[in-house]
Design a protein around this ligand. Structure first.
Ligand code: ZN
Length: 135
């Protein structure tokens, strides 16, 4: 794993959270994107090398909606850059970590992603992400 690529924050509403974070960071949101596979709308900010991803559920049964129901809004996951996501998934599986998906899946911002089960990682939801190769 390499540097922190982004930190994911679960919010109820991008309409109210985007202006809030724009004020907080004193910078504009540079991108919003709907990710159907995750049932979320995302909004991205860049602070130095690190991105912040705000996540709003598009479905009352989506993972973000359920997360907010249980824990409230706030820190949701930490994403790390990986060079070879399949190799990293294989390595982590061998180490006994549980992966939430068997194959890398489409994430926001041109990434292939995989999540680790937070039960094996002291409650921290970790995302591996790899920049998709341009075809
Ligand atoms: Zn993420």
């Amino acid at each position: 794993m390499q540097k922190i690529e982004h930190i994911g924050i679960a919010v109820k509403s991008l309409a109210s959270s985007v202006p809030l974070f724009e004020k907080l960071f004193n910078t504009n949101c540079y991108k919003t994107e709907k990710v159907d596979s995750e049932k979320v709308n995302t909004a991205f900010f860049k602070q130095g090398e690190t991105k912040i991803e705000l996540l709003e559920s598009t479905d009352p049964d989506g993972v973000i909606a359920r997360f907010i129901e249980k824990k409230g809004e706030g820190m949701h996951h930490i994403a790390f850059d990986v060079v070879d996501i399949e190799a990293e998934m294989e390595r982590l599986k061998k180490e006994g970590f549980k992966l939430l998906n068997d194959k890398p899946k489409e994430g926001a911002d041109n990434k292939m992603v995989c999540f680790l089960h937070p039960k094996n990682t002291n409650g921290v939801l970790i995302e591996l992400c790899m920049e998709k190769v341009q075809k």
